[in-house]
Design a protein around this ligand. Structure first.
Ligand code: AMP
Ligand code: ZN
Length: 481
């Protein structure tokens, strides 16, 4: 596509770099670290996939063919990053008295539903870790003699055998200091397990035979193996949350270097989204008390309000999750829905003729913004400015809005103001009753019976419905946040 050259921030060089596919024929090849399916994704996890979706939509907007792989981690991710603790999947299966396969199937389906609710496009391929155990063993066998050593607890990767270990994370010192070293016998604190042997006399819920005995792969191995298998090496972009920049991705890089016998990290760009935080700090599944997308939907908040909230911030900035931020995003989305619905009504025929100069300029600003390391916040400003143009052909305005929405993914082609208002799942009141009480309250106000009007407001409030007098966007109620 014509337009601004795409520039992306590469965590490996800590700088903005121009992007072009390594192999123009293959197009852009992207691998995103996927969820560990032992629990529901929290909103922070989902920020990572709104980011990868923005990236993949932008690559498509720029005209590159795209191959995008997301993995599903159903083995190997331990409760501690330092090769200690249980496998998260096994711990969840025990706690919930279910099989690991049931746990994985349940949370994988829930995750995919989350992505659907957020208009995150399906990747070209989902790849499931436990479908690749034989390939993981073959990979480990290839690098074992030169790069690994065996201890009673497993096969460990010797990080001193590859150049520049930890470059992605920062200095090696930072990496070392950030580590605890609970496994006796490791040569260096940052060495990590690539195969974890089942303890003698113990049967793990998930274990496979290997040259190092019964056991299970280390978590980092799966991403090296699956990205190499489906994308080849080196591929274009590897993504993950910023926590992966410290341990998981440096370890993947070390494995990739060992496997290719070269200095290559395995990917041209390593990109990381920053955290979604709440007032208690980074959201995490293991801390408990996280907020899921479903809990927002149940509270009556449309999931795309969360998507818009993410897009309002740059993916490399921390984003604070709060009811106020979410309510502001919902209001903005409502405004967009109203404007685009009006355009749909006015634009009776498809846009014809050359794009009007004012619209072309704003499409250009939109393009420049997303080409500048996915600056969605600025891109949204260009959308707003384009929708605010007066006395222009509505069909052209609508076409431009939908074109921009190919990157934003807000579903503007069908979104309506009414569809944005969800009835809270726990609302102790039916939709018709809300309307009846609101009508009664309107009458009380007309009769200047303010005591009755206030009592009705309180009654609605205790049922989870906030009355909105004089809302400029025409909602007379919304779910209480
Ligand atoms: P997990 O299921 O824990 O493997 O994480 C899935 C993805 O979410 C990874 O890319 C993590 O880096 C990312 N992630 C985890 N917590 C947060 C957070 N609070 N904000 C943004 N991304 C996160
Ligand atoms: Zn990964």
């Amino acid at each position: 596509m014509q337009g601004a050259a795409l520039t992306l921030y590469n965590s490996l060089t800590r700088s903005l770099e121009p992007f072009a596919p390594l192999d123009p024929e293959k197009g852009a090849r992207v691998y995103s670290c996927g969820p560990t399916v032992y629990n529901y994704a929290h909103l922070g996890n989902l920020r990572a996939y709104v980011f990868t979706d923005t990236l993949s939509r932008t690559l498509t907007w720029k005209g590159y063919p795209l191959t995008h792989v997301i993995n599903i981690t159903d083995v190997g991710h331990l409760t501690s990053d330092a090769d200690a603790g249980d496998d998260k999947m096994e711990a969840a299966a025990r706690a919930q008295a279910k099989s690991i396969w049931d746990i994985a199937a349940h949370y994988t389906a829930a995750f995919k539903q989350n992505l659907k609710d957020l208009n995150v496009r399906e990747p070209s391929r989902w790849s499931v870790a436990t479908d690749h155990i034989a390939e993981m063993i073959a990979f480990a066998q290839k690098i074992a003699s030169q790069h690994c050593y065996e201890l009673e607890s497993g096969l460990y990767f010797d990080t001193s055998t590859v150049p520049d270990y930890g470059r992605l994370a920062g200095t090696q010192e930072d990496v070392r200091e950030g580590r605890i070293d609970p496994v006796a016998g490791k040569r260096h604190p940052q060495d990590f397990a690539i195969w974890r042997k089942s303890p003698p006399g113990e049967q793990r819920l998930m274990e496979w035979d290997s040259p190092w005995g019964m056991g299970a792969p280390g978590w980092h191995l799966e991403c090296s193996v699956m990205s190499l298998k489906y994308l080849g090496a080196p591929f274009d972009i590897h993504t993950g949350g910023i926590d992966h920049r410290e341990i998981h991705h440096p370890n993947e890089i070390a494995q990739n270097q060992a496997y290719c016998g070269c200095g290559d990290s395995g990917a041209h760009f390593w990109m990381h989204n920053n955290f979604l935080v709440d007032r208690q700090g980074k959201m995490s599944k293991s801390k408990g008390g996280f907020t899921t997308l479903q809990s927002l939907i149940d509270a009556g908040v449309h999931p795309l309000a969360y998507r818009l909230m993410c897009l309002q911030a740059h993916y490399r900035s921390e984003l604070e999750f709060s009811a106020e931020n979410l309510a502001a995003a919902l209001t903005r989305l409502k405004r967009l829905a109203i404007t685009v619905t009006a355009l749909r009504a006015k634009a009776t025929e498809a846009a014809t003729g050359a794009v009007l100069p004012q619209i072309a300029t704003l499409l250009g600003e939109f393009d420049t913004a997303i080409a500048d390391d996915l600056n969605t916040a600025r891109a949204l400003v260009a959308l707003d400015a384009m929708l605010a143009l007066k006395r222009v052909d509505p069909a052209q305005q609508l076409a431009a809005a939908l074109r921009m929405d190919e990157v934003l993914g807000l579903g503007l082609d069908t979104l309506s103001r009414e569809a944005l208002r969800l009835r809270p799942a726990a609302a102790a009141i039916a939709a018709e009753d809300i309307e009846a009480l609101l009508a009664e309250r309107k009458q009380a106000r007309a009769d200047k019976d303010f005591a009755r009007s206030d009592a009705l407001r309180d009654e609605l409030g205790s049922a989870g419905v906030e009355v909105m007098d004089g809302d400029p966007l025409g909602w007379d109620w919304r779910p209480s946040l």
